[in-house]
Ligand binder design. Structure first.
Ligand code: ATP
Length: 369
């Protein structure tokens, strides 16, 4: 399932050079983006980067200042929210407190003038879908946060929209429930064959659920890619930093060509695969994920390339792994994780130990800012 790589596929949703200004402030800045049918698509970025504004324009609550948004090739310009074949679920859920669960779910259907028997059948179907059949008569405040979230979901799905827009859908849930609900949402999306566009500032959540993620920065898209590509091949320092944990070493290029770059950083020679056009003397940033770094008190066989010395500065036990922050001579910190299940058989490394950090040429990436 990779419609974005298939040139014959038409996008379902298309943002075409969309800009949104609020007075002087530019919330969305000349942004273009395509989302495909049945995709689970996330808009990820820090507070204020414009992700909610983008979603609200898609829903029709805001109009773009310039540019166009198309659904199945048709411009949405001037189409009011209730005429768009999509539905939005808000973070606050916006459930009616005085109405029962079933009345909440039926609300939109009644407004649309659907017949009584049909409404009853649809509500029952929706409550079954979110596993709340037994709670039909309860009021929202008699439910847990997770159950309320599922009522909101049932309500937004009741009209069978083509596209569901979710603004921080799991924001009000605690960590454990959030993780469970992530999988429920994914299952539901698969089962119903819907297209989901989710706004979140939580990179783990976006990584878990999405087919693709647009990482946003100041009203623009910094990179749009699958979670694996964002993690393995971030296109910029911003993306590398925002998605997952990364260490960055500043270096100077000493040789480049044929898909490889050699640089000097922290008194060591680093060699890495890179297609960037770089020349000796250029400044470059080398980024590496902690699980790609090997850590040992023993010197490696080859200390000439991709081997750095440092001192263990911090150790954090994280359950699945232990994270070591190692301080290099320059003061820069390089992070390495060791899988705890493998640790028993390994040498013990303690605070203040002098260690070697090694990695292979395909472990890191060169970032251009
Ligand atoms: P958050 O996660 O905090 O909701 P966000 O990434 O969703 O952030 P937006 O809510 O889209 O960001 O806001 C983007 C920018 O536009 C912000 O600087 C915000 O202050 C501004 N903005 C959003 N809505 C309005 C409005 N109605 N009037 C004026 N400025 C607005």
């Amino acid at each position: 399932f990779e419609p974005w790589n298939d040139p014959a596929q038409a996008p379902l949703i298309e943002f075409d050079r969309v800009t949104k200004r609020f007075g002087e402030a530019v919330a969305v800045d000349d942004l273009s983006l395509r989302v495909f049918t049945r995709e689970f698509f996330a808009l990820l970025g820090p507070s204020g980067c414009g992700k909610s504004t983008l979603l609200r324009m898609l829903a029709g609550f805001e109009e773009p200042t310039s540019g166009d948004i198309r659904l199945s090739g048709q411009s949405l310009k001037g189409v009011p929210p209730h005429r768009r074949p999509l539905n939005m679920m808000f973070q606050s859920y916006a459930l009616f407190p005085h109405m029962s669960v079933e009345k909440n779910v039926a609300f939109g259907l009644r407004q649309d003038g659907m017949g009584r028997a049909e409404i009853e059948a649809r509500v029952a179907e929706m409550l079954k879908l979110v596993k709340l059949e037994r709670y039909a008569r309860r009021k929202p405040q008699q439910l847990s946060g997770g159950q309320q979230q599922r009522v909101a979901l049932a309500r937004s799905l009741a009209k069978r929209p083509k596209v569901l827009l979710l603004d921080e859908p799991l924001g009000a849930l605690d960590k454990k429930l959030r993780e469970e609900t992530q999988f429920e949402l994914m299952d539901l999306q698969q089962e119903l064959g819907l297209t989901f566009v989710v706004v979140t500032h939580d990179q783990e959540e976006a990584m878990t659920m999405s087919d693709r993620i647009a990482v946003m920065r100041e009203g623009r898209v910094a990179q749009v890619a699958t979670p694996a590509v964002l993690y393995e091949a971030p296109g910029s320092r911003y993306v590398a930093d925002f998605v997952g944990t990364v260490s960055i070493l500043e270096g100077t290029v000493t040789a480049a060509g044929e898909g490889r770059v050699r640089l000097e950083a922290d008194g060591a020679v680093l060699e890495t695969l890179s297609e960037h056009a770089l020349a000796p003397g250029d400044k470059a940033a080398f980024a590496i994920r902690p699980e790609k770094v090997r850590l040992s008190k023993q010197a490696p066989a080859n200390t000439a390339v991709n081997a750095l010395r440092g001192q263990v500065w911090d150790i954090a036990y994280l359950g699945d792994v232990t994270l070591f922050n190692v301080r290099l001579a320059s003061g820069a910190i390089l992070r390495a994780t060791v899988i705890n299940a493998a640790r028993v058989a390994q040498e013990q490394i303690a605070w203040e130990d002098e260690v070697w950090l090694t990695f292979s040429p395909d472990a890191g990436v060169i970032l251009k800012d």
